[in-house]
Design a protein around this ligand. Structure first.
Ligand SMILES: Cc1cc2nc3c(=O)[nH]c(=O)nc-3n(C[C@H](O)[C@H](O)[C@H](O)COP(=O)(O)OP(=O)(O)OC[C@H]3O[C@@H](n4cnc5c(N)ncnc54)[C@H](O)[C@@H]3O)c2cc1C
Length: 421
């Protein structure tokens, strides 16, 4: 009888449990938050804020749970073509364009998580236990044989830490005498404020995204299930949106595009604004240490990124796809973390390059980063006029195509021609 334990029933934990169920006889998800019906729930307070599911993540979710997007759409989540049905503003101007060949399903995070949880728990051998993990059980000098809970222990052949950004795994490793992972950080002091509104029929678009480039303030407004608008305002480097209703409305009017303020002006609020403060991106380099056998980490526990780029759930799904590939035979922790470091590096590059383009953000800027950033800025400017550049840019931003797609010769020509206007 083989047994895997997953710590955390967030997006990464639920997806990991789903793939482990194909190989392990039993999969136990250990989750400390016993309020699954709360919206958002205590254990994942970020769930009250805008959670865009990138097209790259949507595709991976469909691979693991065929039909899930149609299921969400049938329950009221708008399913749209990103560039035709939603508006994107970068550098204060709207991207041109029409069809991208992508599909976005617009949902709140609790709605998506509930669907994933329900599906995951139907897999044979998968169960969920409400308990708080507090450490690791040792197996021999260099292995892990389960988890320690606040009251009790759970032996396991494999432990997967998916307990999120606040994961205690580094200190648990230290307690057992193992090395702790080096950590990269880029601080952005980002503030969110979010409010739900009733959505009537007849709006010309299903969503608006206003980038914080170039001057710190941005936001998103998306049509979500339950005929509601989810409106998140975002400000970087301490310029945070207020959470009193009048201040929220006034702040929305300071954005470089008028659409979000227009939605707010006409819609009935359903909630008061709620805040969230995000200090910065963190990447724990488990690929650079020798992890004990039988122990893996995925999701925000490894790499937690500036949420403005909406990569977190997709990155978790990418790591889980790699987990699936590594499950044939006994899992080699080192090979697994080295493989996931590649997808983390790519997402980390997207997020931190954009953040470091702002001189006020602390961090190293190698020449390559500066050159790339300058080129991406030209791509973004060209995307205001050139639908083909807009399409290519948005497909890369959605992690559907690799960043190298932006370096295709015909695109470079278009970006250089239009990006200097
Ligand atoms: C404000 C904000 C907005 C975001 N917006 C987006 C977005 O637009 N698009 C996107 O893709 N991503 C977004 N993200 C990121 C996204 O939330 C995460 O990347 C994604 O959900 C993967 O997280 P996770 O499952 O690793 O961790 P989490 O979702 O944080 O889940 C961790 C789980 O572990 C549980 N847990 C913690 N410690 C223990 C313990 N000791 N024992 C047992 N259980 C434990 C917690 O209760 C929780 O349920 C956003 C994040 C933030 C902060």
């Amino acid at each position: 009888m083989t047994h895997a334990v997953v710590l955390g029933a967030g997006i990464a934990g639920l997806l990991a449990a789903r793939v482990l169920a194909d190989t392990y006889d039993e999969v136990t998800i250990v989750e400390r938050d016993d309020s699954p019906g709360a919206v958002p729930r205590r254990g994942a307070p970020q769930g009250g804020h805008l959670h865009g599911l990138l097209d790259g993540g949507r595709r991976l979710l469909e691979e693991l749970h065929p039909g899930i997007v149609d299921e969400l759409a049938a329950k009221g989540a708008p399913s749209v073509e990103p560039l035709r049905d939603t508006r994107w503003y970068i550098h204060g101007r709207r991207l041109a364009g029409d069809a991208t060949g992508m599909r976005s399903v617009l949902v709140t995070r609790p709605f998506l998580e509930a669907a994933l949880r329900a599906r995951t728990l139907t897999f044979p051998g998968v169960s969920l236990t409400y308990a708080t993990a507090t450490g690791l059980l040792e197996r021999g000098p260099d292995g892990v044989g389960g988890v320690v809970l606040r009251d009790g222990t759970v032996p396991a052949d494999l432990v997967v830490d998916a307990s999120g950004r606040a994961s205690r795994l580094p200190s648990w490793l230290a307690r057992l005498g193992h090395r702790t992972p080096p950590e990269h950080r880029v601080d952005v002091d980002l503030g969110y404020a979010t409010r739900l509104y009733r959505r009537g029929p007849g709006t010309a678009f299903s969503g608006v995204t206003v980038s914080t480039v170039p001057r710190f303030r941005g936001g998103g407004c998306v049509a979500v299930e339950g005929d509601r608008w989810l409106v998140t305002l975002a400000g970087m480097l301490g310029d945070h949106p207020p959470t009193d209703p009048a201040g929220f409305t006034a702040w929305a009017a300071t954005l470089p595009a008028p659409d979000i303020a227009a939605v707010i002006a006409d819609a009935e609020p359903l909630t008061d604004p709620v805040p969230y403060r995000f200090r910065g991106s963190r990447w724990r380099r488990y690929d650079q240490i020798r992890m004990p056998a039988g122990l893996l980490a995925v999701g925000d526990a490894v790499c937690s990124l500036n949420p403005l780029y909406a990569q977190g759930m997709t990155l978790a799904a990418q790591q889980v796809r790699i987990l699936r590939e590594h499950l044939a035979g006994s899992v080699d922790a080192r090979a697994f973390h080295r493989a996931t470091a590649k997808v983390c590096a790519s997402a980390w590059g997207v997020a931190t390059r954009s953040d470091l383009a702002m001189p006020e953000v602390d961090g190293r800027r190698p020449v390559r980063t500066r050159l790339l950033d300058d080129y991406v800025r030209r791509v973004q400017l060209a995307a205001h006029h050139d639908p083909q550049v807009a399409r290519a840019f948005l497909r890369v931003a959605n992690l559907t195509d690799r960043s190298s797609a932006l370096l295709a010769p015909r695109l470079v020509v278009r970006a250089l021609a239009h990006g200097s206007r």
